[in-house]
Design a protein around this ligand. Structure first.
Ligand code: GUN
Length: 284
């Protein structure tokens, strides 16, 4: 029996809790403020930003989308980030990635004040995650949302073999840190990994974030595994699919996230929750 992890339902439940916190803040005269900065016209990024803005507004968060031209310089972008660092109506800043090639992502994520870091990508916040001091620390929204799935479905991680495929700062590395903090035995695999399938076949928990449609097939998965698919890919028919071949793998996994309605909706919910948390922490 396979359980399909329902990201839409879990996101709705998470949002209900976040709304209660927004109401508590409103009672104190505080409105959480989120700015999402989008550089250029990447179509996928525009869609993600629109979804974040829509959800934030629906929940009563003060949402600002700042569209900037592809040609903006790194210095100009950092100036704009500094202005939001100093803006008391803004509690959370997110710069949508990827950025154009002439802008250095590390310089940009480091310019965001750690206490307004909606993504948890600032090295101070990533460092706190590594040393497992995550109280009042923002954490990358996609891995944080995946941890909520484990909790909601009572999936234990202690002593389990976890394999994370992908080593990005957005997903793979913070995911691995969260899993190891939860006492899993963690392997990070990536494009240079040899005999990847042998590794993934051993995984009790398999998290895939590589951005390649249907990269993981049934043969790569252990019977009874928990399979988490972070992919948002397009197949040959331009249909939205994941990094995992869902139709094949679902017969082998004990738990699996679908695409869409899996990890994606939870990522946005975690951004909303984190915006509210940053607001609360700064008001204490
Ligand atoms: N691009 C894809 N995912 C993310 C994310 O979680 N945060 C940011 N800032 N950009 C992204």
């Amino acid at each position: 029996m396979t359980t399909i992890l329902d990201g839409k339902a879990l996101a709705a439940k998470t949002d209900e809790n976040t709304k209660i916190e927004i109401q508590d803040l409103a009672d104190r005269g505080i409105i959480p403020g989120l700015v999402v900065i989008l550089v250029g016209h990447d179509e996928a990024s525009q869609l993600y930003v629109r979804n974040k803005d829509k959800r934030a507004r629906k929940m009563g968060i003060h949402s600002v989308v700042r569209n900037l031209p592809e040609t903006i310089t790194e210095e100009e972008l950092i100036q704009i980030i500094h202005s939001y660092n100093a803006d008391p109506t803004i509690n959370a800043i997110l710069v949508q990635l990827p950025l154009p090639a002439h802008i250095n992502e590390f310089h940009v994520t480091t310019a965001i004040a750690p206490q307004k870091d909606a993504d948890g990508f600032h090295p101070v916040n990533l460092g706190k995650l590594i040393v497992n001091r995550t109280e009042q620390t923002p954490i990358a929204c996609t891995p944080a949302g995946i941890m909520k799935f484990f909790k909601a479905y009572h999936i234990s991680l202690d002593g389990k073999k976890a394999v994370v495929v992908g080593r990005s700062t957005i997903v793979g590395k913070p995911m691995a840190a969260l899993l190891v903090n939860a006492n899993a035995t963690v392997t990070i695999a990536h494009s240079h990994t040899k005999k990847l399938s042998e590794l993934t076949q051993e995984a009790d928990i398999l998290v895939v974030a590589v951005g390649v449609a249907h990269f993981i097939k049934a043969v790569d998965v252990k019977n009874g595994a928990v399979v988490i698919d972070v992919g948002m890919d397009r197949d040959a028919q331009h249909k939205l699919v994941g990094d995992v071949d869902f139709d094949e793998v679902k017969n082998k996994a004990a738990y699996i996230t679908p695409v869409p309605r899996g990890v994606g909706p939870m990522t946005i919910s975690m951004l909303m929750a984190q915006t509210v948390s940053l607001t609360k922490w700064s008001s204490e």
